[in-house]
Design a protein around this ligand. Structure first.
Ligand code: C2E
Ligand code: MG
Ligand code: MG
Length: 718
């Protein structure tokens, strides 16, 4: 409105009028000289105009400032031949200007418009113009009066800033700015795309509340940024749809600007790396896994073998490698076709995996060659060999079963070579070569079997295999026999016996349990042998129970850990009780401490069950195992049996004497019976008796006797 008053047509014509500017209203101060319109127009940072609202915007008046805007003097527009002002306006902006003027006229309001014009040097200028329809109109049309200013510099700066801002907006990465309390102040389009939250949803919220999947890692990143000025790493963020996304992100601390009142902030630039991770995983799979069987391939296996050797060298533990080769794969491939061959390999891979623990590695080297790597976990090479043997037998057995390949049923088998390694003497090459050579030995030995590379280990395992065959024969041909060693109370009262197993070979030679029980324990044979022992012992006990002279004798029977924890043990005992008609209250099972440690819960369950049937429990070889006083309290144990190794030197070795006295004291305190085995001399017996132990077993009284001899002996001493 101020321009409207300024540009009153009459005063403009005379160009001499003094105007009343708001700043200069001097009511009450008559002496103050008021500025002339001329001066005012000259000092305005733009041009004042009056023009016809025709197509050319024919100028009737223009202040001199127009020259600094357009490069043309005012006269160029107002005097003939006139320069049409409209011709300077950028063709793309003409419509916009005209539209703004027409709208203002229609609404009887003023207009404001920004447009471009070309100056006398042919350069583009940005013009801001404001005007309105004049009160005094001319007969041949409308007149517009207004003011225009050159805003080129401002506009350029604005464009520059917009351009810069658009870079951030167009960035693919999510760019987020937050204050130190994680309140979001900037959120670009990339952030909208990555997280699914719009700018208006996000700004003002706490980043750590609605984006961070793991607050501690966020806190760590924020702390590091505050401390060092920047931080970069990977974080897990949560999207709008709740899905977690892995991002690679770099954070920069933005210093506070107190003059502008801007606090310290953090700029975060984050990129979604899920796809990259998936790619990497896919590439990793391609590079390290066999496409057909999905098992680790040769490269992956060699890498793991190297790790295993390094670990072995650090821990001094032994591991093993099993090299498995299918025995008839070529035949299947040639006769049944490659598709069937592939199916066979896939089935073999599955079977191999099912034979090993989660931590062991099964890999396919190529063709029909597979390897099984058992990581170093054994202190002795012999235990590593035992472990490898167990896995190898399992594989040989598993492979010999029929395999379904599509609609066909195939038969296959595997030959396995085993190398036991340690990190000091072995290399990847030597381990592979040794197991490969041993595999050929297995082939030569008739296939569907395994061989150790080390001849000493192989000899041992061959002997073990022969022993196993012999034990099986012994069971089938009744070569086992039980002998009974008397158990004495006080001076010479026979109160019971321990059943000890003997193996009478066809040639009459007797083999003692120390030579075969361990081998039997390492196979399932101990379960069958143990079952035979229990049946025989219970028949004998039942026979004694039928005779008043021996009716009160107890019979101790050794039970191996594997036998005791085999499922169905309780049921098989019940069966034996029924068969033999024995009163189980006189039966005592001898367990070793190691069994209790191994599978405590299972052992406790079985013991609890049998205890209800009246069976007693004795802890054999007490003092030699991993004794834990806790299980003595928790389990229904009746008797501790002092191991005979303490007895040998009990009279000369203070240490042994103290141990024996402690065991006796422990038993007394816990209310348990205590018996000493291996008592050979009266001196030992007197020591025990003086220490509070009144039950003895040993050569002082008798060796283990045949059933007949024992019965005779018991009749004599009962
Ligand atoms: P164990 O249960 O500790 O049996 C005691 C062993 O000490 C027996 O050896 C016995 O003959 C021997 N012995 C007895 N008195 C003396 C003595 O005064 N001095 C010496 N030096 N030794 C004595 P055996 O019969 O050779 O049995 C050895 C181990 O075999 C037994 O140790 C037991 O652990 C195991 N065993 C024996 N029979 C069976 C069985 O039927 N089943 C199971 N699972 N293991 C059995
Ligand atoms: Mg025993
Ligand atoms: Mg013993």
């Amino acid at each position: 409105m101020i321009y409207r008053r300024l540009l009153d047509i009459d005063t403009l014509r005379h160009n001499t009028m003094t105007v009343q500017l708001p700043v200069c209203t001097t009511a009450g101060n008559e002496n103050l000289k008021q500025p002339s319109l001329d001066l005012l127009l000259r000092n305005l940072p733009g041009a004042v105009y009056r023009c016809k609202n025709d197509l050319e915007w024919t100028m009737e008046f223009l202040s001199d400032e127009i020259e600094s805007i357009t490069g043309y003097p005012a006269g160029a527009f107002t005097a003939e031949p006139r320069l049409a002002y409209a011709s300077l306006i950028h063709p793309e902006d003409v419509e916009k200007v005209r539209g703004a003027i027409d709208a203002a006229i229609a609404e009887e309001a003023s207009f404001q418009v920004v447009y471009r014009l070309t100056d006398s040097r042919n350069e583009i200028r940005w013009i801001w113009e404001q005007g309105c329809l004049s009160n005094s109109q001319i007969p041949d049309g409308q007149v517009i009066e207004g003011y225009m200013a050159d805003i080129t510099r401002m506009r350029t700066a604005e464009i520059f800033l917009q351009e810069r801002a658009s870079y951030l907006e167009r960035a693919r990465d999510a760019i987020v700015v937050m204050e130190m309390d994680s309140r979001i102040t900037y959120w670009n389009k990339g952030a909208e795309k990555l997280y699914g939250w719009s700018e208006s949803d996000a700004v003002g919220k706490l980043f750590c509340d609605f984006i961070c999947a793991t607050v501690p890692s966020f806190a760590h990143a924020r702390e590091a940024t505050a401390r060092s000025g920047e931080w970069a790493g990977e974080l897990t963020h949560r999207r709008h749809d709740g899905i977690e996304v892995d991002v690679e992100t770099s954070w920069t601390l933005l210093a506070a600007d107190e003059s502008l009142g801007i606090p310290q902030k953090i700029l975060m630039i984050s990129a979604d790396i899920c796809e990259r991770k998936e790619h990497l995983a896919r590439i990793h799979k391609l590079a390290f896994f066999d496409a057909l069987t999905e098992l680790p391939n040769r490269v992956h296996f060699l890498e793991q073998l190297r790790h295993a050797l390094a670990a072995s060298s650090r821990s001094s533990q032994f591991g093993s490698l099993l090299f498995c080769d299918l025995d008839n794969f070529k035949l299947v491939n040639d006769s049944q076709g490659h598709a069937t061959g592939d199916m066979l390999l896939q089935a073999v891979a599955k079977r191999l995996r099912s034979c090993v623990r989660e931590t062991d590695m099964v890999a396919r080297l190529g063709g029909d060659e597979f390897v099984v790597l058992l990581y170093p976990s054994e202190q002795e090479s012999s235990s590593a060999a035992a472990q490898a043997e167990a896995v190898a037998s399992k594989i040989v057995k598993a492979m010999s079963g029929p395999i379904n390949a599509g609609d066909k049923i195939l038969r296959s088998s595997a030959s396995i070579g085993i190398s036991i390694f340690d990190g000091k003497d072995s290399t990847t090459e030597s381990v592979l070569l040794e197991s490969d050579m041993a595999m050929y030995e297995a082939k030569t030995a008739g296939r569907s079997t395994f061989r150790f590379h080390d001849p000493a280990i192989q000899a041992q395992w061959s002997a073990r295999a022969v022993l196993e065959d012999d034990l099986l024969r012994a069971l089938n041909f009744n070569e086992f026999v039980l002998h009974y060693q008397p158990q004495i109370e006080g001076k010479d009262t026979v109160v019971g016996a321990e059943a000890l197993l003997r193996w009478r070979l066809p040639n009459g030679k007797v083999v003692y349990p120390n030579e075969f029980i361990k081998a039997a324990e390492e196979t399932h044979l101990i379960v069958e042998i143990g079952s035979w022992v229990l049946r025989t012992a219970c028949s004998q006990l039942a026979a004694w129970q039928g005779n008043p002279a021996t009716a009160m004798l107890t019979l101790s029977v050794n039970v191996s850990a594997r036998q005791f924890t085999t499922s169905g043990f309780v049921e098989s005992l019940e069966e034996i009780f029924k068969e033999t008609g024995v009163n189980p209250a006189f039966l005592k099972l001898e367990l070793t401490e190691n069994l209790l440690i191994h599978d405590f819960q299972k052992t406790a369950d079985v013991m609890g069950h049998l205890k209800k049937r009246g069976i007693c429990f004795s802890l054999d070889d007490f003092g030699t195992g991993y004794s834990s006083l806790a299980y003595l309290r928790k389990l229904p144990i009746d008797q501790l049996k002092i191991d005979h190794s303490f007895m040998r030197d009990v009279l000369t070795n203070q240490g042994d004497a103290s141990i024996v006295r402690s065991i006796i004291g422990l038993a007394v305190n816990l209310g348990l019976q205590v018996i000493a085995e291996g008592v050979e001399t009266t001196g030992q017996r007197d020591f025990l008796s003086n220490s509070g132990c009144n039950f003895y077993q040993g050569f002082l009284y008798n060796h283990a006797l045949t059933a007949d001899l024992f019965t005779e002996y018991a009749n004599r001493y009962h």
